[in-house]
Design a protein around this ligand. Structure first.
Ligand code: SF4
Length: 552
């Protein structure tokens, strides 16, 4: 029997306190205030933002370089308002790395030029945007996850939030509280890459185009304090090559927030063509390259985190709206992989969503036809032009780095690859795989420059209520048959490699051999994407669980 749920009524509920939804909420409230200055019947909308992290910014992580163009649309005085910018981008470098060598690309491709942009910590940036939203009277409800949509007459009429105090066997513990029904005239879904509410809506309303399969990468990141004299504030490095083989998409970055603080990380395709790609291991190898090592050696790693990146671009974008809801930011596929940026697009989408919702508040019309104007706004926006100009960039790397670089350099649009499940693209263990695995098994982190997964997770601030149902669902029959037999034989259980938090462990002496440590989970969603059989389902754990980023 479903528990009795308290209901709260709102006009607009934003799901996810990321840059897209926070920009939307701020701009919407500004539009309402401006309207009320001259209106005879003022608008007093009830607006709420819900966030599954335990504070705003706790789950926000990115490189990140901010193209500030979107601020001109809703907060041109962002500098005076104290927006936390780490440094303006200064010297820029692009490198091709061999195992020990580096080759500087003499010509900086246009997409890599960052004059006028800023380095930011996305976690700090998001927390600041949240404070701006709250200063305008918007309710920000953190520690709260959206577990599903409320559907009424074929439209989304709100969301249900997570139950608190349910034990690992599904029983209510003393003090437990059922989640709430948050009724809304419109729900704005901005959960980032591969959100769980988005997936439910996609199943119901068919949002993802058949022809444009979404593509994801896994980014792992660290923030370091380093000795002075190695780099200058704003200096940035982008790399491709080592430690990835040419057939695998990915690359590294190092951004100097200041002379003594750097953000560095590594991106690896989450749809690997080898069965045991390990984004965390790739980051460790990247740090051992002289280019990176010479900058960070002797420093200390302050924070670690991981996220997936939505990289299919324009042709893989889902439908932006549906009955009762809009999609914003990365949830809507708004990332330009050619420029390695999505933050400005997320904010821009928030602005367009706010203008759409404002019109609906004024007219009282929240029908699908009214919400469709969000898509019309996108079609005539600079954002559309930018994404269209970079279309099929990432797909151009489907046949390896070298063809990808030629495609990118010549701006050739290759046809989108046919939609295929991950299973078809994984190669079963061969000689190359055995060599790779032996090397990885021999790898010993030194605890100074390189770390094991548990040490890394320790620096992510991740906590979960231990006694709660496992939020990584695999049906028992799949654990027994797919994981223990089929996947073990065909691919050597890649989950033990691709998870950047070491959540999945295989102990061949146990029955079943798969052990899951959900409390380590960084909420990156790699497992749902890279799992070759699609048996892992990521569900939001009790609100407040997950990473606690402060610097990422
Ligand atoms: Fe990411 Fe899945 Fe591992 Fe959690 S369990 S850290 S979502 S790969």
């Amino acid at each position: 029997m479903s528990p009795e749920r308290e209901s709260l009524d709102f006009d607009i509920v934003f799901v996810g306190a990321g840059p897209a939804n926070l920009s939307a909420a701020i701009h919407l409230q500004n539009l309402v205030e401006r309207h009320n200055e001259r209106a005879t019947s003022p608008l007093e909308p009830e607006i709420a933002i819900i966030e599954k992290g335990r504070y705003p910014g706790a789950h926000l992580l990115s490189g990140a370089i901010l193209d500030p163009s979107a601020f001109s649309l809703f907060m041109p005085d962002f500098l005076e308002k104290g927006c936390p910018l780490e440094a303006p981008v200064g010297k820029e470098h692009v490198w091709f790395l061999g195992e020990k060598r580096k080759l500087r690309i003499p010509y900086l491709p246009e997409a890599f030029r960052n004059g006028g942009n800023y380095l930011v910590s996305l976690s700090r940036f998001g927390a600041w945007l949240a404070s701006e939203a709250e200063a305008r009277g918007i309710a920000l409800i953190d520690n709260t996850a959206a577990t599903g949509p409320i559907l009424e007459n074929g439209r989304v009429a709100g969301i249900v939030t997570d139950d608190k105090g349910i034990d690992r066997n599904g029983r209510a513990m003393p003090g437990s509280e059922p989640g709430m029904r948050l009724n809304a005239r419109a729900v704005v879904v901005g959960e980032g890459a591969r959100g769980s509410l988005f997936r439910q809506l996609d199943r119901i309303f068919g949002l993802q185009p058949e022809a444009g399969k979404q593509i994801y990468e896994t980014g792992v990141k660290e923030v370091w304090k380093i000795p002075a004299g190695r780099t200058g504030a704003g200096e940035i490095h982008h790399t491709f090559g080592h430690p990835l083989p040419p057939e695998l998409y990915g690359g590294g970055w190092l951004y100097a927030f200041s002379e003594t603080s750097v953000s560095l990380g590594f991106v690896t395709s989450a749809e690997p063509s080898l069965p045991s790609v390990d984004p965390h291991y790739n980051l460790q190898l990247f740090k051992r390259h002289p280019l990176v090592r010479d900058i960070i050696a002797g420093g200390s790693m302050l924070e670690y985190g991981a996220k997936t990146i939505t990289s299919g671009g324009y042709d893989a974008m889902p439908k932006l709206f549906g009955p009762g809801f809009l999609l914003t930011g990365e949830c809507a596929g708004l990332v330009n992989m050619q420029r390695l940026k999505g933050l400005h697009l997320a904010m821009h989408s928030g602005v367009l969503a706010a203008e759409t919702l404002f019109d609906s508040l004024v007219s009282g019309d929240f029908t699908e036809k009214a919400l469709r104007t969000y898509e019309t706004r996108f079609e005539t926006s600079a954002m559309k032009e930018e994404l269209h100009g970079a279309r099929l960039y990432r797909q151009g790397f489907e046949h390896g780095l070298y063809r990808g670089l030629v495609n990118a350099g010549l701006k050739v649009a290759v046809p989108a690859p046919p939609s295929s499940p991950g299973e078809n693209r994984l190669l079963p263990g061969g000689k190359e795989y055995d060599k790779w695995l032996l090397k990885k098994k021999a790898f010993r982190p030194d605890g100074a420059l390189t770390f094991g997964k548990n040490d890394s997770v320790f620096r992510s601030g991740t906590v979960h209520e231990e006694n709660q149902p496992c939020h990584l669902e695999i049906q028992p029959e799949d654990v027994a048959v797919i994981c223990a037999e089929r996947c073990a034989g065909e691919f050597g259980n890649p989950c033990q490699h691709f998870c950047p938090a070491g959540v999945y462990e295989i102990d061949t002496d146990s029955r079943p051999p798969l052990k899951i440590n959900p409390s380590n989970c960084l909420h990156c969603k790699t497992c749902e994407i890279a799992d070759p059989y699609g048996v892992i389902v990521w569900k939001p754990p009790e609100g407040g669980g997950g990473p606690g980023y402060k610097l990422c």
